[in-house]
Design a protein around this ligand. Structure first.
Ligand code: PMP
Length: 356
């Protein structure tokens, strides 16, 4: 065996991010949209892709898409940075503001990639526990921020995997707390399900960043497209950190065309909210504990520590949900994504059969 140069010590010790995909009939594990975008969207993307100058690099400044996003959010195009999924948006942010000697703060349980990307970029992670009902103790949060002075404080609203929205006053006070030493990043991947957005707090003079994605409500997980909205001085720095031509021309076209179908997106969201009610009612009928959700998924806990067993049996019934049963602070919990009516029925039917 020839010499295998060892990877960085901190990476060697790091477990990967696992989201197993299984070949089953009903996949309700990754919070995707169960419906595709409209047919007219596909036709327009296909038409524009057919006209692409394939021999040329894409628009490095992502001009058209940023202009349309700026119009959509009533901000300046210079307030917008687009990348391959909001994961890459967050990674770029961490390449620029994280790194050795710096730290981020997360409120756990939350979206696991916040901590994961931080660690991969050599950034120290300070984890603060949520209460047993998954809300954040605000006083404790502000005290922790002031004590640790993280370069980035992550909030996620609505929070994955709990589905809870953070209050406007909490986000406002968090921003005021971190302002002297760091950035506040609000991950709004599921924003269209929330009653409010931190975008309204954006200000050139305040260190607030909001990240969004096309993967969920826009029904475009295949495109790998996400963006953030932030003061210009932040966006400029990200452009230094990111690779040249990082965003391909096809994704740029897809995002740009998608924004012409906003009302269809809103209609999908309304439908999912209705179907979420169907899932919650079904769980209640089965006597299963679940958390209120302002998103397209529901976190629930089967009785007496049977989470893992129930997950296995759901798979045997051809239904895949997210298995959080062994995750820290989520003992025995599973997370189901709202699917089509038929998929939701299959999930509830399987659960009922298993419990009986
Ligand atoms: N943030 C949150 C809270 C998420 O749940 C996800 C996807 N699971 C992402 C970001 C990443 O989404 P993407 O990279 O597809 O934009």
């Amino acid at each position: 065996m020839s010499f295998r140069p060892p990877v960085r010590d901190d990476l060697a010790a790091l477990p990967g991010y696992h989201s197993p995909q299984l070949d089953v009939e009903v996949r309700l594990n990754t919070n995707e949209s169960p419906e595709p975008p409209p047919t007219a969207f596909r036709a327009e993307v296909a038409r524009r892709v057919a006209e692409l100058d394939w021999n040329r690099y894409p628009d490095r400044s992502v001009g058209e898409l940023r202009a349309k996003l700026a119009q959509h959010h009533q901000v300046d195009p210079n307030n917008i940075f687009v990348a391959n999924g909001s994961n890459e948006v967050l990674q770029t942010l961490l390449m620029a503001w994280g790194g050795p000697g710096r730290s981020v703060m997360t409120f756990e349980p939350t979206y696991a990639m916040h901590g994961q990307i931080a660690r991969v970029t050599g950034t120290h992670v300070v984890e603060i526990d949520r209460e047993s009902d998954f809300t954040i103790d605000e006083g404790e949060a502000f005290a922790a921020m002031s004590r640790h002075e993280p370069t980035i404080t992550f909030l996620c609203s609505p929070n994955n995997p709990t589905g809870l929205v953070e209050s406007r006053s909490f986000v406002e006070q968090s921003l005021a707390t971190v302002e002297p030493f760091g950035l506040l990043v609000v991950d709004e991947a599921y924003a269209q399900f929330s009653t409010w957005s931190a975008i309204e707090m954006l200000d050139e003079d305040r260190p607030l960043v909001i990240s969004r994605t096309f993967s969920k409500t826009w029904a475009m997980a295949a495109a790998r497209l996400g963006y953030l909205i932030a003061p210009q001085w932040i966006v400029e720095r990200l452009e230094t950190a990111v690779l040249p031509y990082h965003l391909d021309a096809v994704s740029q076209i897809a995002g740009s065309v998608a924004l012409d179908y906003e009302s269809e997106m809103q209609a999908r969201v309304a439908l999912l909210v209705e179907r979420r009610g169907q899932i919650q009612a079904g769980l209640a009928d089965l006597g299963i504990e679940y958390w209120p959700s302002s998103s397209n998924f529901v976190l629930f806990r089967p009785p007496s520590d049977t989470g893992q067993v129930i997950w296995d049996q759901l798979v045997a019934h051809g239904v895949l949900v997210r298995n959080c049963a062994s995750w820290p602070r989520l003992d025995g919990c599973l997370r189901v994504t709202v699917g089509t009516r038929a998929e939701n029925d299959a999930f509830l039917g399987a659960l009922e059969a298993i419990l009986n």
